[in-house]
Write a protein that binds this ligand. Structure first.
Ligand code: ARG
Ligand code: GLU
Length: 712
């Protein structure tokens, strides 16, 4: 190839690269200045300092981590938090009873006194972000073994946290970035008195259910309102009737314009985990090994649970949250596999690796020359372990009784352990006693037995993979007997046995229980044969991947990299836009209430429509919330790079005013945790106008409306 051609190719590659990275990115808000020009060119009208500032109040003070896996935001001076219905679902369900079925009817506190405390729910905010890379790495050297280096980093991290927590009232946590090449410390403030303020019925908050999940067009009003309470000094405090609404440093204004097609938009929240810098080997292992095993297992599980839910209302209530959880990841894995295949993801990665190898062959005396082949070998060696691990998690652990019994194992074993203190025994006993009622409330033994029979032995490539020796013949009978003889499948017998349990006799009472014996056996096997070896192999890959990350950054020294999501606060930006998912098919950017009405099907639980909502629709009683065409908008899509954990994140316009809250991604782009394609990847949000419409017209909650700062 002539020099000219090589140059031409080089230029072309750079051009294509920077273009295809158009809307990719989950940026750290403390480093947003580097993105400010690009964001402002695209439509941001405020500055990086308005968004993130450690002294002045800034929009970051209005963004919260909601619970453990979601995001949310303050939307009033009085600590009102807006997040997704599905993020509060567990709490709303726990607060519900037959008399007060908030799932069915929704809930709207008429005043502060009626707001419902949510046990265990937390809301937290970032106060400061500090680069602690040097401090964490201090004392590690290039020649050191990874084990040694990791130990030093662990010690440094602990010392850092101890030291800083002594100086402030805040909590400190250190997170690794770029695969462990950089480290940041976050100072956070966590509030524990959080109360439910308002939620639509599930026929709005979860409209379309698992059927519509991960797809566009969507008509789900996936939002709920909570309030954070603080002590009289505005500081975190345990629940107390004397607590007062927390006064955030900043809250979001809500734009009555909602989301307008093609406008600049950005999102501020806590994305969980992405793997955007993985090798083709890594992606292949996920899409060809892990995902298919897990999808197959969950298909079998859902095929048992779903018909049972349809047949019986009690079962439906018992299994709705569990089925939603099983189905959510099951569907996403399928979307990921489809998306990666669709964009030719593995071939793209291979192309990149080819370029990398050419560069690595000569760069710095071939420092990274063997990196890719070492990574490949490490993945190959991990494969059998990964298969076993996935089977263990998705098959062997799928009967609920298995995890339930496993929680009793330490207690039962302690009987024969002289050194096990009686006080600890009693503490463990009282903890496990508390597990019994909630477990049986949502447990159907016949469903669980069917799952056990269908999933506990696995055939892969004509080979039976099993963790312990089951009898070959009469397997079903064996399972029936195990469930019949065990104390753990009978709430009354179990409670009786626990009531009589003492450290001296618990081993005798439970030691021969067939389910205990089984569970003990499979976990012993897993803990001996699979988990340590897998952990070791993963650690090896982590080190290689960290080097590969560093090397990619050296190779593409002009590219602005963002670190993979790691549950820390991030910003992504793009625009409100439709989607062309396939030939001749175009999706509009927005859905409306008429589309929700058109999906009505009283026969299917997920598609029933609330009477009051129907009346509002029939009377076109949309108040000031309709769009320019007089329609009531519900959801919209945009090209913001998001992932699980971004649920509940505020979606904002150029002024930093709220236009929606994020809750999902469109099917064609669910691979965006591995590969972002600006043509296919869209996040799905509820338009704020629908949220206002529900609060104002549907719930008639004037006092909540009065708290909000609604702007044009
Ligand atoms: N897919 C969204 C997310 O990953 C929404 C899940 C809740 N909705 C449901 N139908 N399961 O969390
Ligand atoms: N529903 C997801 C969540 O709970 C957000 C959708 C996604 O994965 O992007 O965080």
């Amino acid at each position: 190839m002539s020099v000219k051609k090589i140059l031409l190719f080089g230029f072309f590659a750079v051009f294509v690269l920077s273009k295809s990275l158009a809307d990719e990115g989950m940026w750290m808000p403390n480093l947003l200045e580097k993105r400010q020009v690009d964001m402002q060119n695209k439509g941001l009208k405020i500055s990086a300092n308005d968004i993130y500032h450690e002294i002045q109040p800034s929009l970051k003070d209005a963004v919260v981590r909601f619970g453990t896996g979601c995001s949310g935001s303050f939307i009033s001076k009085e600590g009102l938090v807006l997040t997704n219905y599905h993020c509060g679902y567990g709490q709303i369900q726990a607060l519900s009873s037959v008399q007060n079925d908030y799932l069915q009817h929704g809930f709207w506190a008429k005043n502060r006194h009626e707001e419902l405390p949510c046990a265990g729910l937390t809301v937290s905010m970032v106060v400061r972000t500090i680069d602690v890379t040097d401090a964490v790495k201090a004392g590690t050297t290039a020649g050191m073994s990874e084990l040694e280096a990791a130990e030093i980093r662990r010690r440094n991290t602990r010392d850092l946290i101890d030291e800083i927590e002594k100086q402030t009232e805040y909590k400190a946590e250190v997170r690794a970035f770029f695969g462990g090449n950089q480290f940041y410390l976050y100072l956070t403030e966590t509030f524990e008195d959080v109360r439910l303020v308002g939620t639509p019925p599930s026929s709005i908050g979860k409209f379309g259910g698992d059927v519509d999940n991960w797809t566009w067009p969507r008509h789900t009003g996936d939002f709920a309102l909570f309030r954070v309470y603080a002590d009289p000094n505005n500081k975190p405090a345990k629940y107390s009737p004397n607590n007062v609404p927390y006064q955030p440093k900043k809250h979001f204004k809500i734009s009555l314009n909602g989301a307008q097609e093609n406008e600049f938009t950005w999102i501020f929240g806590y994305p969980g985990r992405t793997n955007l810098y993985l090798t083709s080997f890594g992606i292949r292992q996920i899409t060809e090994i892990e995902n298919p095993i897990a999808i197959h297992a969950r298909t079998k599980r859902l095929d048992i649970i779903r018909p049972a839910m349809e047949q019986d209302q009690k079962t439906r209530i018992q299994y709705s949250a569990k089925a939603a959880g099983i189905s959510n990841a099951w569907k996403r894995w399928q979307g990921e596999n489809y998306g990666i295949q669709r964009v030719d993801g593995i071939a793209k990665k291979e192309g990149y690796e080819k370029r990398f190898q050419e560069w690595a062959n000569t760069f710095n005396n071939g420092q990274y020359r063997d990196l890719l082949s070492e990574l490949k070998t490490a993945y190959d060696e991990m494969e059998p372990l990964l298969i076993q691990n996935t089977i263990f998690n998705e098959h062997v652990l799928s009967p609920e009784i298995v995890n339930f019994v496993n929680q009793f194992v330490p207690l039962i074993k302690s009987s024969s352990d002289k050194n096990f203190p009686t006080a600890t025994f009693n503490a463990v006993l009282s903890r496990v006693k508390g597990l019994v009622t909630p477990f049986f409330k949502d447990f159907n033994v016949d469903i669980d037995k069917q799952i056990f029979k269908a999933l506990s032995t696995v055939e892969i490539d004509c080979e039976q993979v099993r963790f312990i020796d089951f009898p070959d013949k009469n397997f079903d009978k064996y399972v029936d007997e195990m469930y019949a003889k065990s104390i753990f499948t009978n709430e009354k017998k179990l409670n009786d046995a626990l009531r009589k349990s003492k450290k001296s006799n618990v081993g005798k009472v439970f030691g021969n229980d067939p389910l205990y014996v089984y569970v003990n056996q499979i976990f012993s096997m897993y803990n001996a044969m699979i988990s340590p070896a897998l952990r070791e192999q993963r650690a090896l890959i982590d080190v290689l991947q960290r080097t590969y990350m560093q090397a990619q950054m050296e190779m593409e020294s002009d590219r602005m990299f963002f670190p993979d999501a790691n549950s820390t606060i991030r910003i992504a930006y793009g625009k409100v836009e439709g989607l062309t998912p396939s030939d001749a098919v175009t999706y509009r950017f927005q859905t409306t209430l008429s589309g929700l009405m058109a999906k009505e099907n009283p026969e299917i639980f997920e598609f029933t429509i609330n009477d009051k909502l129907r009346d509002l629709y029939n009377n076109k009683d949309f108040g000031v919330y309709a769009n320019a065409k007089g329609e009531m908008p519900i959801c919209f899509i945009a090209s913001n790079h998001t992932i699980g954990g971004n649920s509940g994140s505020p979606v904002l316009n150029g002024n930093g005013d709220m236009i929606g809250i994020n809750f999902d991604r469109a099917w064609e782009g669910t691979m965006s945790g591995f590969m972002f394609d600006p043509k296919l990847c869209r996040n799905i949000s509820v338009d704020v106008r629908f949220i206002l419409f529900i609060i104002d017209k549907f719930a008639e909650s004037n006092h909540i409306m009065a708290e909000l700062e609604v702007v044009k």
